[in-house]
Ligand binder design. Structure first.
Ligand code: ATP
Length: 336
């Protein structure tokens, strides 16, 4: 199976080809970089308009080069696209492109949930059977585990996503987007100062800690210390709930997904927690953590193999598409 994936939920215009026989993923991405502030939905959609045709053409070139069937055959078996969650104006551009391509190439259309893709890529690259997944991305933060045909949300943020929370602090400080890598760099020279830490059962909240961090910065606390403490508390919260999820489900496998998963301190904390309880921890390589079409193509292939294609009239995008709305057709082998 060879699947073309297209991603465009927020900032990454990305296209990929997953060749299942060779377990090979080709990814071409073009990032939207805001001139000031955070992501502006209209500008991001304009970026999609401009960049999606280019990245798709590059991915299709790769598909044609590596295709050994007759030239009359399409070089791919299906087109998979990110249906949501994400910014409506961006999703609509990508949805239109995916529908047009599936029509033009006469191949099925597969609609992928972006958050489930962040999770499944880790299951794919780890080979783990039934992991708990921590999705630590820009606009989201969830703990997910599979049960009875769905990925259940065991815990989640009660306000903003984890990356967006960090980016709000860096905007306040005047650093350019995205802020996560800058906080990570500054934290290397910091010491701990007290900031809020909010976990309620399996859920957590970032708004209090972000306000306190901005206040601390305004009060003259060195920015390195604020960054260090932000990381310790935010990632400590994510590690605590991940441990609770492992304990609750009895799973001994944890996978990490999402752009914030590129952070070394978060990976270190999760790795140590797993080692202490005899669980295995896996974080995919960075190109699969940040938004990318590779994860859309990989999950698209599983869905395609399970016969999970979309009729054109049912292919509308969904900016609020939750992971637990997806019927998991590709894991039918699982016991209840
Ligand atoms: P979603 O997948 O929820 O739609 P998203 O589209 O914003 O989110 P991702 O690519 O998953 O995108 O994550 C982007 C976020 O990752 C940004 O908020 C960015 O600041 C953060 N990030 C990137 N690198 C790091 C890092 N090293 N440490 C912390 N955060 C990081």
């Amino acid at each position: 199976t060879r699947i073309l994936g297209i991603e465009g939920t927020a900032w990454a215009a990305s296209a990929a080809v997953f060749d299942a026989a060779r377990d090979d993923v080709f990814i071409e991405s073009d990032a939207y970089q805001p001139e000031s502030g955070g992501i502006h939905p209209r500008e991001a959609a304009e970026h999609m308009h401009e960049a999606v045709p280019r990245v798709v053409e590059r991915a299709l070139e790769d598909a044609r080069e590596t295709h050994d069937g007759p030239a009359s055959e399409p070089p791919i078996d299906a087109v998979a696209f990110s249906r949501g969650p994400g910014l409506g104006p961006c999703l609509r551009v990508v949805g239109t492109a995916a529908r047009a391509l599936s029509q033009a190439l006469s191949v099925p259309l597969v609609g992928v949930n972006h958050m489930v893709a962040h999770l499944e890529i880790g299951r794919h690259t780890s080979g783990f059977d039934a992991p708990v997944c921590l999705n630590a991305s820009g606009a989201n933060a969830h703990l997910l585990a599979y049960r009875n045909g769905r990925y259940r949300v065991l815990g989640e943020t009660m306000d903003t996503g984890v990356g967006n929370a960090i980016d709000k602090f860096t905007r306040h400080v005047g650093w350019s987007h995205p802020g996560g890598p800058k906080v990570e760099a500054a934290a290397a020279d910091g010491d701990y100062v007290d900031l809020p830490y909010v976990v309620k059962g399996m859920d957590f909240s970032f708004s209090g800690i972000m306000s306190a961090a901005k206040q601390a910065y305004d009060d003259g606390v060195p920015v390195e210390d604020v960054c260090f403490s932000l990381q310790e508390n935010i990632f400590g919260m994510l590690t605590e709930v991940s441990e609770r999820a492992l304990s609750l489900t009895g799973s001994d496998e944890l996978v990490l997904g999402g752009g914030v998963g590129q952070n070394d301190r978060l990976r270190e904390m999760l790795g140590e927690m797993c080692a202490q309880r005899g669980a295995e921890f896996h974080a995919p390589e960075p190109r699969f953590l940040r938004d990318n079409a590779g994860m859309i193509a990989v999950l698209g292939a599983k869905m395609y193999d399970a016969g999970d294609a979309l009729a054109l009239e049912d292919s509308r995008v969904d900016p609020d598409f939750r992971p637990d709305q997806v019927s998991v057709t590709w894991r039918s082998d699982e016991p209840d």
